[in-house]
Design a protein around this ligand. Sequence first.
Ligand SMILES: Nc1ncnc2c1ncn2[C@@H]1O[C@H](COP(=O)(O)OP(=O)(O)OP(=O)(O)O)[C@@H](O)[C@H]1O
Ligand code: SF4
Ligand SMILES: [Mg+2]
Length: 325
Amino acid sequence: MTETALLSLKKLHTYFLAGKNEGRAVEGVSFDIGSSGSVGLVGESGCGKSVTALSIMRLISSPGRIISGEILFERGGKQVDLLSLSEKEMTKVRGGEISMIFQEPFTALNPVFRVEAQVGEAARLHLGLEGKALQALVMKALYDAGIKEAERVAGSYPHELSGGLRQRVMIAMALISGPKLLIADEPTTALDVTVQAQILDLLAEIRVKRKLSVIMISHDLAIIHRICDSVNIMYSGRIVESSGKEALFKSPLHPYTAGLLKSIPSLSRIEKRLPAIPGNVPDLFDPPAGCRFHPRCPKAMDICKKTEPGESVVEGRMVKCWLYK
Ligand SMILES: Nc1ncnc2c1ncn2[C@@H]1O[C@H](COP(=O)(O)OP(=O)(O)OP(=O)(O)O)[C@@H](O)[C@H]1O
Ligand code: SF4
Ligand SMILES: [Mg+2]
């Protein structure tokens, strides 16, 4: 763990068990996030981004299990392993010190309670506020999340709001008790492009204003480019490249990263969306031998099919690929 790290994942393994088989959804994932840092977790569908996030929150349920690793988090000046905390302690961390916002706010908002009650719940639980003080904080949280008609929204049920407003309510809910770390799991995927841009601007602004650390999860490198300082590229449960943002976008090392970058129209200034990387992500229960990307890699060599590449460090950046051995 670096001196300034707020959260440090060390060799996290989270598997899904099906009879005698195991699907290694997260395999040996390590990364740090510093205080006020912003780290991206990127990769195609099924590569283990959400399972990594849910592991940090300790929200993995059967048949999933965190097999090994450490999730070190700074609490009161000390580094504690979240995996060793009691469930009671963990409920203080969840929502109080680390918050998460999800792709589809409908799944996280309760349809039968008004916004006010739901946003207030975290502040009641973690800050012990009640009555007028709680109400005032809810209004401020909604306002800080860019909701102009905070009173109307507070009195509404989730289904009465637009997708963009619901996502702003989620942000208010996640931030009301002043967490140090926000995990945003595809927070704008369900929104149309204009609203998506507004929500990303809001997150970027809040991040700076509150000196918040953010883990941004997305399959879209354009979103990561907007919000993050450093990027982890995930493929089939592993981080295959880890780098500062500028270097990664300028000269990707891993062929998978290069493939992801080529399919972003907004960065390459090409109007038509380019085809995604040909082929499919591997079956977790039956991954290919060697480098898991080899069946799709335009640069695959014989060794790639047999032996998995270890980590190489190239100009301070981490990459797992035989091209750099
Ligand atoms: N409850 C579960 N039971 C079995 N397998 C699961 C479960 N949840 C996730 N997985 C598997 O773990 C792998 C990683 O899933 P994860 O949700 O982390 O992907 P992701 O990178 O977040 O993808 P997406 O971009 O689609 O959200 C997938 O292969 C998925 O099928
Ligand atoms: S190790 Fe081989 S197959 Fe894997 S990304 Fe590198 S070149 Fe491609
Ligand atoms: Mg996901």
